[in-house]
Design a protein around this ligand. Structure first.
Ligand code: 4NP
Length: 165
């Protein structure tokens, strides 16, 4: 079967979404389902195109054993053809992604990450940590652990295939 393809999207693709990609890739590897899942990330903005993730994000991720090596790239329309699920980190990301979709079928691939929170049900997004302090970066990683665990469960139960289709 084709791999299930997931794209994580934030604004700059240097903090939240490259961290999401690394967290998801680690969970998928730990569960032995790397052959079933492909993960990538991109940004609404191309402002940081070609850049490594923000150093603060890399430092916080490295403390949890995650190496962030993704190079920032902007979302393109071809991503709507390539990916099965496109996950925005906040409502602004989701609105911008929906604006890019050419059809309702493409728009249906776009979901907000808070849909997958189990331990942080009160949170409605992954807040942008860029202009804040270190607690914002830790918060990103905590929320991602929660959401990506749920996503992996849904892949393994087959339920993720119903999302975005
Ligand atoms: P991200 O964070 O969307 O999580 O990658 C940001 C990175 C850069 C900027 C904003 C948010 N910026 O304005 O340059």
């Amino acid at each position: 079967m084709d791999k299930y393809k997931i794209l994580f999207v934030c604004l700059g693709n240097i903090c939240r979404s490259p961290a999401a990609q690394a967290v998801m890739e680690r969970i998928v590897a730990e569960r032995g389902i790397s052959d079933k899942v492909e993960v990538d990330s991109a940004g609404i903005s191309g402002y940081h195109r070609g850049d490594l993730p923000d150093k603060r994000m890399r430092v916080h991720a490295a403390r949890r054993g995650l190496q962030l090596t993704h190079l920032s790239r902007p979302v393109s329309h071809s991503d709507f053809e390539r990916f099965d699920l496109i996950i925005g980190m906040d409502d602004a990301n989701v609105d911008d992604l929906c604006d890019m979709a050419f059809s309702l079928e493409e728009e249906a691939k776009v979901v907000q990450i808070s849909r997958f929170f189990r331990n942080y049900k009160g949170q409605d997004c992954i807040p942008d940590p860029y202009y804040g302090g270190s607690e914002g970066f830790e918060n990103v990683l905590d929320l991602l652990d929660d959401a990506c665990g749920t996503i992996a469960d849904l892949i393994q139960s087959g339920e993720l295939y119903d999302l975005g289709k």
